[in-house]
Write a protein that binds this ligand. Sequence first.
Ligand code: GDP
Length: 457
Amino acid sequence: MDTTIAAISTAVSASGIGIIRISGPESMDVISRIYRSKGGKKKIKEAETHTIHYGYIYDGEEEVDEVLVMIMRAPRTFTGEDTVEIDCHGGVYAMNRVLETVLKNGAKTAQPGEFTKRAFLNGRLDLSQAEAVMDVIQAKNDYALKSSMNQLKGSVQKAIKNIRGDLLYEIAYIESALDDPEHISLDGYPQRLMRIVEKEEKELQHLLKTASDGKIIREGIQTVILGKPNAGKSSLLNILVGENKAIVTDIAGTTRDILEEYITLNGITLKMVDTAGIRETQDVVEKIGVSRAREMAKKADLILYVVDSSTSLDENDEEIISLLRDKKAIVIYNKTDLEPVVDMEELKTRIQHPVIPVSAREETGIRELEEEIKAMFFGGNISFNDQVYITNARHKEALEEANASLLMVKQSIELGMPEDFFSIDLTNACESLGRITGESVGEDLVNEIFSKFCMGK
Ligand code: GDP
């Protein structure tokens, strides 16, 4: 952390402006070597903190770009260090030339996530907040953005800190009582501890309960569309995609044809699985095989089962219906513009899932479908006012471990074990919780977490 680092913080593609960020003890020296104000008189090194300056970047005597320079002095900066941001023209070449000039004059290339890592190491953010920075950047819908903004503001940190603080108090109490039994009595203490542990356990379980919604908020609802050939799967997909300006992501993977499409409906993201299969083959169940459909259905959070209401159910339908058991599914009773052959009421009694009449041709019933999905996953509403959502798998795992340790404490109390047994498991619970906020993490984990960050963040 005694080095000064620099990176391009905006996307490296042609755009209006590009930002080169510098952080570290020598930031002000670096900028004063390469910046000249318009009149050439102003000394940037003496500039007041949190001020903006107009001028030019020079590589030796060569003028590189016209820029705005932001001067921010420690400690009131994102990293907690002296920081300079250079707004230059957003051309790829221009940004690279400015960065190159910065690097030539005393800064080192930043690792991915290194600015945020420094913010964490300097105590500007706890680990859950640092992770929220990436979540904000990657948010795909309104809920994801809101929950990660809350986390960034410290919602998770606060919830964990409270529980951990209470447990730490009990550990300290036990230790002091064991050290000084004459003055601190442990009479009746196990009963008191039991009540406290039960209260904290409830808090943990409450947080853990939010994790399944949290995962869905963050990653989207894994959705598959199933239906026999010509039921209207691709027509439905096109409507959902078309109406909602889908973000189509081509994930470079091992199989060339794995395509994941994100569709955002009412602020909820559907992560459509294997839409390539739907688009390219007319016949999902037959072509990909029942076993594959079964596998997809098993992994999915939501199955959209498209029924062609104008033809009778066949063996494909029977196979799909058998996959719907114990799953979240919506039956799309499609082609309502045609003469019905399948009886809707009968279908409703047969399949214990909501049935939504739709005409993909006439685009009716789509709004109702969206409402149904929302109701199914979030009971129709997500409130972000006081609710903390656990959206991070790492946090969930740590909470589960803490919960298991508290269970051990309870067991030790019930078995009438000596007090130092309590404090061992209480300490383990605190350690697990400390991994969320970063109070008890090793360097390796810290490095691993930040290595997944973007360059320049
Ligand atoms: P898939 O094989 O399940 O993907 O089905 P497609 O979406 O390719 O649709 C098969 C055929 O049914 C096409 O000719 C569509 O135009 C037609 N189709 C789809 N939805 C409707 C609908 O709601 N009403 C009518 N009348 N035809 C539909």
